[in-house]
Design a protein around this ligand. Sequence first.
Ligand code: SF4
Length: 280
Amino acid sequence: MLKESKTYQSQTLMGGLSGFASPIGLDRRDRLNALRSGDIGFVHSWDINTSVDGPGTRMTVFMSGCPLRCQYCQNPDTWKMRDGQPVYLQAMIDKVERYKDLFQATGGGITFSGGESMMQPAFVSRVFRAAQEMGVHTCLDTSGFLNRNYTDDMIRDIDLCLLDVKSGNEETYKKVTGGVLQPTIDFGKRLSRLGSKIWVRFVLVPELTDSVENVEGVARICEQFGDAVEHIDVLGFHQLGRPKWHELRIPYPLEHAKGPSKQLRERVREQFESHGFTVY
Ligand code: SF4
């Protein structure tokens, strides 16, 4: 997911995949079975940060694998699940337990991000269940594209969802991500019905997602989620992800794109505010 990177770097500790024993030696079939059951998850990296991926001090785990191909993706190195490192479920739960006091003291918790963590529903939801039992706040950073992988019971263990509403209409959504918009809308409604809170994230890219009509579409979608929406984060596009696309030799569609001007950000903020939303 796209972060406001300067802020992110200054608020992030640790990183990589330090501190996890990896299940080396499992053959392909055993790995697939363990993935299905959630006994292991494929993880790109994790870190401890403050006020970036939800409230308080949080452990954010970036899962591997994503079905979308967003033009502005900052983490194309997370797209393939097989590029992640398998981590035991219990090792992840132990890590949450280790930081439990810190999370509770700061109003923080655990966030799963990616990639798309909904590609690994069993692992993520089992960690969330364990976290809930410890009294640790849970947050899922997702597009909702794969929400059919989640049962209502799994959703009930999500305290907060950072929901990427990447566009307000199907045509732009397809252009931006290669996927379809409807699952995001469906997921927002399910979250709302089941009592989870939502922070909507919208990435503002000049000449791609910035039209008045598209932003109105996003606002109307958010209205369907009712009181579940606590605020909307408007994330300005930036080029800090570009080196990864080059490194991976993937043609980068936004090679020459620029971030939004102050005026554009202001216009979009006003549009959302006119629908009654708090905007950050
Ligand atoms: S949904 Fe996938 S492709 Fe899109 S920004 Fe997130 S990780 Fe990248």
